[in-house]
Ligand binder design. Structure first.
Ligand SMILES: Cc1cc2nc3c(=O)[nH]c(=O)nc-3n(C[C@H](O)[C@H](O)[C@H](O)COP(=O)(O)OP(=O)(O)OC[C@H]3O[C@@H](n4cnc5c(N)ncnc54)[C@H](O)[C@@H]3O)c2cc1C
Length: 332
């Protein structure tokens, strides 16, 4: 299948044996790129006792799966994962290598790129090929979208957030080639896993919520933020955020929406004290109805939403929350 062009690679990330949705989304897009390049789509898959998942990767579009299985690979470990992938890439010369923009992918991708002395574009929101069949890696920057290519070095590497590409259709009995990797010297790593702590999901999960209330820097402090969180609570909505509230410590990083946060597609998005910068707005491109509350009539978000409310959130939110409470009592 593969001609003179090297294969397109995807790193399939697993968490305790389950492959993450973003890996399938990347396989779907990678398959399109591989077809256009006339080459094969290959998946690198590391874990422990995960061989039963390989067929799912073939069904999603992988022509070949490199499988590394070992108890030491059950959890992501930067040194081991980097070592294995770099060795493999030096042997097989992938043309393109895609990873999810997850906590693991965000660390692993630069580690691998540095060792392979190639470039890396982080947090892409689209991937296509230009007329010279180079990978066009599209990211929001400088108030618009820019396209980055890596003309000289290979592989062309990119990370992509969950939800950017759709999950591919699967062909249940599709066949592919399984290549088992020899895993050795894992015990000599400097980083040792001591304990795994499962973090509990707080509040309504952002990705699956029908309604999301996202707060921005306009909250101006914990008190304002509590009002935004109060609106989310009252509506049974998930609480989201732009970057500044995360930087300020008003909310956890896993609530950030956008280019370097989460991509969401709720029925209703309400942005409160959010200016409408592209890096945030790309994360809500799939929202059905968008509402913004902002005290500045010229805020760019008003050009991007369906309903705009010009008001100071400190005054507007207590009134809105009171009205919602009254409505709930009326209809109860
Ligand atoms: C590489 C890169 C990646 C990034 N990734 C992300 C990302 O994933 N997600 C993200 O969100 N950002 C991201 N950013 C940051 C992004 O560029 C913006 O800085 C950020 O989205 C702005 O957040 P904001 O709208 O909350 O703040 P601001 O732009 O400061 O806007 C605050 C708004 O609040 C309004 N306001 C002020 N007071 C009140 C009030 N009392 N009542 C009502 N409204 C009020 C103001 O009029 C203003 O419009 C990224 C930046 C870079 C460079």
């Amino acid at each position: 299948m593969s001609g003179s062009t090297g294969p397109v690679w995807v790193f399939a990330e697993q968490n305790e044996g389950s492959i993450l949705p973003v890996s399938f989304e990347l396989i779907g897009q990678a398959k399109k790129l591989a077809d256009e390049l006339g080459t094969s789509l290959e998946v690198v898959f590391l874990g422990d006792a995960v061989r039963d998942q390989v067929q799912v990767l073939f069904a999603a579009g992988a022509d070949r799966v490199y499988l590394g299985e070992d108890p030491g690979l059950k959890y992501y470990q930067p040194e081991m994962y980097t070592e294995i992938i770099v060795k493999l890439a030096k042997e097989h010369h992938p043309e393109i290598f895609l990873l999810g923009s997850t906590a693991c992918g965000k660390e692993l991708a630069p580690l691998v790129a540095a060792r392979l002395e190639t470039g890396l574009t982080a947090h892409c929101i689209d991937l296509t090929l230009d007329e010279e069949k180079q990978l066009e890696q599209i990211i929001p920057a400088y108030g618009g979208l820019i396209s980055i290519v890596c003309p000289e070095k290979r592989p062309q590497m990119a990370t992509v957030a969950k939800g950017v590409f759709p999950k591919p259709d699967t062909t249940e009995h599709r066949e592919g080639e399984l290549v088992l990797l020899e895993i050795s010297d894992l015990k000599q790593q400097r980083i040792q896993l001591i304990k795994v702590v499962h973090e509990e999901e707080r509040g309504v999960p952002l990705e699956s919520a029908a309604t999301v209330v996202a707060g921005g820097a306009g909250a101006q402090g914990p008190e304002g933020w509590a009002k935004i969180a109060g609106l989310a609570d009252e509506l049974g909505a998930a609480l989201g955020s732009t970057r500044p509230p995360v930087d300020e410590g008003w909310v956890e990083l896993d609530r950030m929406i956008g280019q370097s946060g989460k991509m969401i597609a709720p029925e209703l998005y309400i942005g409160v004290g959010v200016s409408g910068e592209l890096q945030h707005m790309v994360g809500i491109a799939g929202a059905k109805l968008m509402v913004a509350v902002n005290s500045e009539p010229k805020a760019p978000i008003f050009e991007q939403v369906d309903v705009g409310i010009v008001d100071d959130l400190q005054e507007f939110l207590p009134v809105l929350i009171k009205k919602i409470k009254e409505y709930k009592t009326e209809v109860a």
